[in-house]
Structure formats: C-alpha cells, structure tokens
Design a protein around this ligand. Structure first.
Ligand SMILES: [Zn+2]
Length: 204
C-alpha cells in the first residue's frame, strides 16, 4: 500500500485544493481564514503548508482539509485524492469526478446554517421560558441566574437569528463560525437540551 499521505501531498498544492473548494486565493496566496472569524485574508498558503497570521493555525494540505470538513486526517487524504483525481501508485484509487467549484463549500455552508439556526432557536426558546418561569415573584427576591441569563442574552440571540435570516451571505458565514455558536452548543449540551455535537457530512 503506497503512502496515501505522501502521494497526496506531492500531487497537489494547498492553493489548488483551496481553489478547488471555492476559496478565493489572492495573487500572493492569501485567503480568508476558515478557522477563525476572519474578515480580511490573513491566511497564507505556501505550496506545502499554510499559516494564519490571525489565529496561528498552521499545517499541511491534509490537515487543512481535515479541519475544514471536520474529518480525520486519513479521511481528508482520501477525500483529496477522490475530489482531485489523484492516482496512488499508478492506480486511481479514488476515481470520481472533481467537484464543481463551490458546490462542496456551499453544501457545507447550508448544513452549518441550518444547524446554527437550530441551535439559536432552541436556546432562544429556553431563554424565553426562563424569563417567564424564573422572574422574581416579589420585590426583594434574589434574581435567579437563569432569569439573569435570559435578560442578558435574548436580544443578542434575536439579533443573531436576524442575521441568519438575512441575505448577506458573508455575514451568515461569519456567524456560523462565530465562537459564540460553539459556546451555546456546549451550553445546551450541558443542560441536556441537545444530545451531541453535529458532524457535517458532504454527500457525493
Ligand atoms: Zn485564522
């Protein structure tokens, strides 16, 4: 069995992979970092490795794809070979057509948007219930932390839901990668509202 990792790394550059997955790569190899809330391109793609000046993320092409699609390295290597028709040891182990540009990214974006919407809606509903249920019943009552949380968070969550409902694609994508979403997801898991983290899958 030839080494898939090495073959993949030698067969394709980070720029080619990033472009294949719909990133706009500048002349000097800069892209908007997918791993932090990045407004302007702060990630530099070299031939074999990437580095983000914003969040410090770095790695090779396999690691890039693994993080991007939230899959393991071996799956990422197979995916690259599959998506870009890389032959391993003279044989195309993973024959398949190359994705149309952006189709993969937009699938992933759609899934993330839907999921982010679910998370935010569930949290909002909870806050709404808390605000009613735990409001102080008499003057001088201590304020229940859940009531305080509802007061503090409801406007913000409403705002996020508005963004998600809007038409600004860039703003929506930023929202889906906003660390607050992960924080809320974890919070809901701890509260037992949701069972487990969602894995995103791309259908071929
Ligand atoms: Zn970054």
């Amino acid at each position: 069995m030839p080494n898939l990792f090495e073959t993949v790394k030698q067969s394709i550059t980070l720029r080619e992979v990033a472009e294949g997955y719909g990133f706009k790569v500048s002349h000097s190899g800069m892209i908007v970092c997918p791993f932090h809330e990045d407004k302007y391109p702060s990630m530099k793609l070299n031939e074999q490795c990437y580095y983000c000046f914003g969040c410090g993320a770095k790695g090779d092409v396999i690691n890039f794809v693994a993080r991007l699609f939230e899959i393991r390295n071996i799956e990422a290597a197979k995916k690259i070979a599959f998506d870009f028709n890389i032959a391993c040891d003279g044989k195309a182990l993973y024959t398949a057509t190359v994705y149309k540009k952006r189709s993969v990214i937009s699938q992933l974006e759609k899934q993330k948007e839907t999921y982010t919407g679910q998370i935010l809606t569930q949290y909002y509903r909870l806050l709404w219930e808390w605000e009613k249920e735990y409001s102080p019943k008499a003057i001088g009552d201590d304020m229940n932390p859940k009531f305080i949380e509802a007061l503090q968070q409801m406007d913000y969550i409403e705002y996020l839901l508005d963004v998600l409902d809007g038409n600004d694609k860039e703003e929506k994508a930023l929202l889906c990668n906003n660390p607050d979403i992960k924080r809320i997801e974890k919070h809901l898991m701890n509260l037992g509202v949701i069972k487990q983290k969602k894995e995103f899958n791309i259908e071929h």
